[in-house]
Design a protein around this ligand. Sequence first.
Ligand code: ATP
Length: 218
Amino acid sequence: MSHAAEAALPVGVLGGTFNPVHYGHLRSALELVERLGLEQLRLMPCAVPPHRELPNCSAEHRCAMVKLAVAGEPRLHCDARELHRAGKSFTIDSLVELRAELGEQRSLCLVMGCDALLDITGWHRWGELLDWAHIVVIARPGWELPAAGEVAAWLSSRCVAEASALRLRPAGGILVEELRPLQISSTEIRQMLAAGHSPRYLLPDPVLGYIHRHNLYQ
Ligand code: ATP
């Protein structure tokens, strides 16, 4: 490994529908940048979710809101790659692309909430995810890690105790991180908007302005 590759900091990627993006996503993203010593964390909106209904809000709108949300924070980025791929947005395809761009040696961390982890065996080629990236699981209020079964066994066989372990190799480890719990969900924000209530202070003002300008979630 070259000296340059050794010195390169890990890159994180947080996939989601971001329908819309909120402070739960953003605060977790920033805390992870600092805890894991990431060079950057990319919020990657899913264009065609494989496991849930197509969101009522287009991928272009969701992506535009993520861009507004991360503007001004140089360590957070919007990664729009899934909007440029046809068909279902499989995470494994994005990881393969990211690996090609970042090189063989760069540490890559796929971030997901505990809720997403519970469904992981339904993900396309889920057993290969760790070949391409580490997985960082955010412990979320109200969700528990599986205690028994296939996912529990997979977790314990790949679990690492410390964030520093993720810097030593490019992929293959699972880290569970407890971050500041912020009980905010996109579902609740959509419900508030539909009911005519204000979700202000749960998401950035520029995102709320975008929602009003485009009459989203009415
Ligand atoms: P919805 O309510 O529509 O299901 P959501 O608020 O859970 O949406 P997603 O876009 O599905 O948001 O989430 C993307 C990723 O961010 C997921 O891995 C999810 O677990 C995580 N996440 C969502 N909300 C929070 C939060 N408040 N704190 C930490 N992580 C979160």
